[in-house]
Design a protein around this ligand. Structure first.
Ligand code: PFF
Length: 469
């Protein structure tokens, strides 16, 4: 298999592998793979806990605004760069800059992405490991009928045990590497087709259960009634950063996927569809979790353990809870897995292209390094929990290695990558090329172009300046 076809297959769902470079078998295949990357721990684990930490409604509103005003326009821009360049992100950027005689330095944009994916995957895999371990916990029936205290203790027991965390982190990383090393062929496409709808249905079921707790109304007000007094400037940055994280933007993943997209597919409609599905999953997760939080007197701002302390309570109380609980964590693992694959793929591709390594060596190298860095995140949950490496700077006070990696990637690198994409496409690419590529008519094009040129960069810059100065 040539490298480009192996990438086509690896990115999932590409058909026509006999051609030099495959294309997605259908628009649906692209939508599923892009959704597979977007929907992950960000939606089910991170969105609820950062919403809880940032006071609810006002934060959710800013997050939705960021998706609409910053996320969707940038997703369109990334997919477009990928489709126009038709290569891996770095090479697509090279082709585009050469064609329009622009500075080759723009390639660094893809470099920011490679660094971000490396850092994200290191801790993403640790959290993915929590999800894997909860498949067993739920299946064993250990959660049945337990109180909030016992369920909390099960979670703290996991976090306090570096050995266990290491095992699950290793399992998760091995699963991810196993797929990337082989290329996905039709496997991912089929898996995503079944698993994504299944996750959706299960989340709906959990929302149904949450409605019976008597606290659904309170959760709805918490999520959708903005109280701006609870919103901080850091909260706005977190909302913006999360819009990038959850849509897998700012690091070239959507460029890579776009490079396999057929010319006759509408980039705008597809990007909107992926973003709506992603946001839908996050909101459903919020609606499932917060009623349980309030019904059990738990703390909405409990932090990264929120879903592992609330959903098991619900599973412990509902009929057939062990079954549903197991199913839920299996689906969560799959959601995390498809996202992790999309994080590892660009790294592997980059090593293959730049360093001339073969796929096995580059997968072992990139995956191995992420795994190694993941150990620092594991230790920061227990042995190093009091260690704040950059604690001398006010902005990083009290932030452990895990907190720092999360902050640096979601709140700095991804928005920076997105900002560069917006400036590159909005200010440096020829307008005519964009019109042809997007085939958006009249006011829709003007709207997208105006937002990408002015609103997106200014919004990202303002939020940056407020937080970094
Ligand atoms: N979007 C994924 C999630 O919400 O879990 C995480 C992610 C995947 C971020 C791929 C960035 C990325 F390139």
């Amino acid at each position: 298999m040539t490298q480009s076809t192996s990438n086509a297959a690896a990115i999932g769902a590409a058909s026509g592998a006999s051609a030099k470079r495959g294309f997605w078998s259908s628009r649906m295949a692209f939508v599923l793979a892009a959704t597979g990357s977007a929907v992950g721990l960000g939606n089910i684990w991170k969105f609820p806990y950062i919403t809880g930490e940032n006071g609810g409604g006002a934060f959710v509103l800013v997050y939705l605004l960021c998706i609409a005003v910053v996320g969707i326009p940038i997703m369109m821009a990334e997919v477009m760069i990928g489709r126009r360049g038709g290569r891996s992100p770095i090479n697509s950027m090279r082709i585009l800059t050469e064609r329009d005689k622009l500075s080759l330095r723009w390639r660094w944009l893809a470099g920011v992405g490679v660094l971000a994916s490396f850092l994200i995957l290191s801790f993403y895999s640790v959290i993915g490991g929590w999800a894997v371990s909860y498949v067993g916990t739920a299946a064993s029936g250990a959660l049945s009928g337990q109180s909030a205290e016992v369920i909390g203790a099960i979670f703290s027991g996991l976090l306090g045990d570096p050995g266990k965390l290491l095992i699950w982190h290793t399992v998760f990383m091995a699963l991810t590497m196993a797929v990337v090393v082989r290329g996905l062929r039709g496997g991912l496409e089929r898996a995503v087709t079944i698993l994504m709808p299944a996750l959706f249905v299960l989340l709906l079921l959990l929302v149904g259960y949450a409605m019976t707790t008597g606290y659904f109304g309170q959760a709805v007000s918490f999520l959708f009634q903005p109280d701006f007094s609870k919103l901080t400037t850091e909260g706005v940055l977190v909302a913006l950063g999360h819009a990038f994280f959850t849509l897998s933007l700012g690091m070239g993943v959507m460029m890579a996927y776009g490079s396999y997209l057929n010319k006759n597919v509408s980039i705008a409609k597809t990007s909107v569809l992926v973003s709506v599905m992603d946001t839908g999953v996050a909101l459903l997760a919020g609606l499932a979790i917060f009623p349980i939080v309030f019904a059990n007197g738990l703390e909405p701002g409990a932090g990264p353990g929120l879903i592992f302390q609330t959903l098991p309570l619900a599973f412990g109380q509902m009929p057939l809870g062990s079954l549903f609980g197991t199913l839920f964590f299996v689906l969560l693992v799959f959601a995390a897995w498809t996202s992790a694959i999309s994080l590892l793929e660009p790294l592997v591709e980059w090593l293959e292209e730049q360093k001339g390594m073969n796929r096995l060596v580059s997968t072992l190298g990139a995956g191995g390094l992420c795994w190694l860095l993941g150990i620092a995140s594991i230790l920061s949950l227990n042995e190093w929990s009091g260690f704040a490496p950059l604690g001398m700077f006010a902005a990083f006070e009290g932030k452990t290695v895990f907190d720092l990696l999360d902050y640096l990637t979601a709140n700095i690198l991804l928005p920076l990558g997105g900002l560069l994409v917006a400036v590159f496409v909005g200010w440096f690419m020829a307008r005519q090329a964009l019109e042809n590529e997007l085939s958006l008519r009249g006011p829709w094009f003007t709207l997208w172009y105006g937002v990408l040129r002015y609103v997106t960069p200014v919004a990202v810059a303002i939020v940056f300046i407020y937080n970094l100065v």
